[in-house]
Design a protein around this ligand. Structure first.
Ligand code: ATP
Length: 356
C-alpha cells in the first residue's frame, strides 16, 4: 500500500479550479516532484498535503490513515519553503531546535538531535550563528535541518532551491538528494525547473492546468512524453507535422513532408494527423545524401560541449545538438544530411497536432 495517497483531490478557489481530480500514490522513502509551469496547481497541491489549504473534494491518506480534514499541526509533516522562513533572532541551533521544543522534548535529547541534524547538512560549525550571518545555501540547509529534525513521515519542499544562484543550486540539488537518500524520508517537492525535477526525483508528476498529465520516472517522462506540452517543457523537441499512412502492432508509418518515417509506436488510425517528435541530441548530421533528409545549415550556436544547429529541411526546420569533438564546426550555408535512429522518434496525438 502506498504511504501517501491522493484520491481525486480537487481544489476550487471561488470558481477557479486550481487542482483537478489529482490522483497520486507516493511510496515510503520515495522522492516525488510536482513539476509544471506557473499557475498549474503545484503549490496548491502541496498546501493541501500540508493541511494549509482545505480540499474541495477528494481524499488524502497518510500511512493508511485518512488525514483529509486533519489540522496541519497534527499531521507532523516537515516543510521547507522557498523563503526558508527562519527565525532571524534565533541562532542556527535554536532554529533547528524549535520544533522539538514545541513537542516538549527534554533538553539533553534535543541537543543531541539538533547536533545530528546539523551534521547531516554539514553545518555543525555554524550552530551559534544567526541566519543573517549565513549564505543563501547555508540558510537553505538550516531550513532543511529544521524540517528533518522532527523526523517527519513526509518532507514537503516548495521550490526550496529557487533563491540560489545557478551553480549553488546545482550543488544543492545533489546534496538534497544525498541527504534524502541517507535519511530515507518520503519527500514531495514543488519545482518549475525541469532539470531539477529530473535530476533529483524518483518520479515526476507533470502538471498542466491543474491536472497531472504524466506521472513517471524522469527517464520515461523524457523519452516518452505523453503530451505535446511535456515534450517541449521537459527538454527540447523538434515537432514535425505528419500524417499516419499505416499503423499496426508496435509500428506506424508516417508521412512527414516528402519523408516516410517508421515509428516504433502504435494506437494511431491511418490518415490521422500527428506530430512527430525527435530530441535535438538524437539527430545526427551526416554527409548530404546519406541521411533521412537533406538540409542546409541556417544558424549555429556554440554551447561549449556542444554545437546547436538550425537546419532547414523540406520537412521543416530541425534543431540539432552535436557534440563538440574539437574539430571545425559546420558553417552557415553548408549542405548536410540529417539522420536519426528509428527508436528515437515519438508520435503525439492528432488534436495536439492541430493545436501546434
Ligand atoms: P507557481 O509556480 O507560480 O507558484 P503553481 O503551479 O504553484 O504556480 P498555484 O499557486 O497552485 O500554482 O495556483 C494554481 C491556480 O490557483 C492559479 O490559477 C492561481 O491563480 C490560483 N490560486 C492560487 N492560490 C489562490 C488563492 N489563495 N485564491 C485564489 N486563487 C488562487
Amino acid at each position: 500500500m502506498s504511504f501517501l495517497r491522493l484520491t481525486d483531490v480537487t481544489k476550487f478557489y471561488g470558481s477557479t479550479r486550481a487542482v483537478s481530480a489529482m490522483n497520486l500514490s507516493v511510496e515510503k522513502g520515495e522522492f516525488v516532484s510536482l513539476l509544471g509551469p506557473s499557475g498549474c496547481g503545484k503549490t496548491t497541491t502541496l498546501q493541501m498535503i500540508a493541511g494549509f489549504e482545505a480540499v474541495s473534494s477528494g481524499r488524502i491518506e497518510l500511512a493508511g490513515k485518512d488525514i483529509t480534514n486533519a489540522k496541519a499541526n497534527t499531521r507532523g509533516l516537515g516543510i521547507v519553503f522557498q523563503s526558508y522562513a527562519l527565525f532571524p533572532h534565533m541562532t542556527v541551533a535554536d532554529n533547528v531546535s524549535f520544533g522539538l521544543e514545541m513537542r516538549k522534548m527534554p533538553k539533553a535529547e534535543r541537543a543531541d538531535r539538533v547536533k545530528q541534524a546539523l551534521a547531516l547538512v554539514h553545518l555543525e560549525a555554524h550552530a551559534t550563528r544567526y541566519p543573517r550571518e549565513l549564505s543563501g545555501g547555508q540558510r537553505q540547509r538550516v531550513a532543511l535541518a529544521r524540517a528533518l529534525v522532527i523526523e517527519p513521515p513526509v518532507l514537503l519542499l516548495d521550490e526550496p532551491l529557487s533563491n540560489l544562484d545557478a551553480k549553488l543550486r546545482e550543488e544543492m540539488q545533489f546534496e538534497l538528494r544525498q541527504i534524502q537518500r541517507k535519511v530515507g524520508t518520503t519527500t514531495v517537492m514543488v519545482t518549475h525547473d525541469q532539470s531539477e525535477a529530473m535530476s533529483i526525483s524518483d518520479r515526476v508528476v507533470v502538471m498542466e492546468g491543474g491536472c497531472a498529465t504524466q506521472i513517471d520516472h524522469p527517464h520515461r517522462v523524457y523519452e516518452h512524453p505523453s503530451t505535446r506540452f511535456i515534450s517541449t517543457f521537459v527538454g527540447k523537441a523538434n515537432l514535425l507535422n505528419g500524417r499516419v499512412a499505416t499503423c499496426s502492432t508496435g509500428s506506424c508509418n508516417v508521412e512527414v513532408g516528402p519523408l516516410a518515417v517508421q515509428v516504433d509506436e502504435d494506437g494511431f488510425k491511418a490518415g490521422a494527423a500527428v506530430l512527430l517528435s525527435v530530441r535535438p541530441e538524437k539527430l545526427q548530421l551526416v554527409t548530404a545524401g546519406r541521411g533521412r533528409l537533406d538540409g542546409t545549415v541556417q544558424e549555429r550556436f556554440f554551447l561549449g560541449s556542444q554545437w546547436l544547429y538550425r537546419i532547414a529541411t523540406p520537412a521543416g526546420d530541425l534543431m540539432v545538438l552535436s557534440p563538440n569533438d574539437g574539430r571545425d564546426a559546420l558553417d552557415e550555408g553548408n549542405a548536410v544530411g540529417v539522420d536519426w535512429p528509428a527508436h528515437c522518434t515519438r508520435l503525439l496525438p492528432a488534436e495536439e497536432a492541430v493545436a501546434a
